[in-house]
Design a protein around this ligand. Sequence first.
Ligand SMILES: C[S@@+](CC[C@H](N)C(=O)[O-])C[C@H]1O[C@@H](n2cnc3c(N)ncnc32)[C@H](O)[C@@H]1O
Length: 256
Amino acid sequence: MDLSKWQEYGDIRTDSLWVIDKRDNSGVHNGAYHGNFIPQIPHQLLLRYTKRGDFVLDPFMGSGTTLIEAQRLGRNSIGIELQESVITEAFSRITQEQQSNTITRGYVGDSRNIDIKNILAENNTKQVQFVILHPPYWDILKFSDNTADLSNSKTLEEFLDSFGAVVDNICSSLERNCYCAVVIGDKYANSEIVSLGFYCMELMRKQGYKHKATIVKNFEDTKGKANQQGIWRYRALSNDFYIFKHEYIFVFKKIN
Ligand SMILES: C[S@@+](CC[C@H](N)C(=O)[O-])C[C@H]1O[C@@H](n2cnc3c(N)ncnc32)[C@H](O)[C@@H]1O
């Protein structure tokens, strides 16, 4: 970012509350993957924290939302995803917008232990300048039957251990003084909140990352809750809870 032109960057958000009513469905984005995030999340983060030619790493690639935004903005990107069929589907769309001047790659594997150094070497780089982590929100939505899938963690401790292993492995390749973001929501079980967001935030801080931002973003009814507003309202009223309408985007800086 060229700060001498800061007044021209009107499209970059600087507030910590992101109320975004409409998903960007332009081009090859289609929003069909259950559990994806809206393209505006990686778009904003990449505008803010990266520049053209940088490398972006997404260890929970899913339907490739980050990769599509990265290549549109002239950033190189690498996605890692456990499910091969999900990568294949994503690349059938991503390649339709392929830019000749950017690298956009996907690798099938477990982000807890995939050989990230080797992947980067294959793409002629040693480090990346931004990492975006959008893990399963523990077991709220099961992505596969694979035991390596974080959504199959049996306990909160197991989920956090696995998330920590992904951070260790993947963020080891993040360049010093660059940024990473964790996008996550909370869960409700046994009549109480399991604050996955705050647990993951604390884990990042304990691993030495400097906490730079907590952004609260709205979301509308998920596919699972669509057309069931009445039932959920009744459950909320009768069980003293509030229906989640927000998730978190935590931003960290690598300082060590
Ligand atoms: C919340 S989704 C990410 C969605 C993505 N941001 C998008 O817009 O499509 C989490 C993804 O992580 C994948 N996943 C779960 N455990 C993984 C692991 N150990 N290594 C790599 N990918 C994993 C799941 O298959 C799922 O596609």
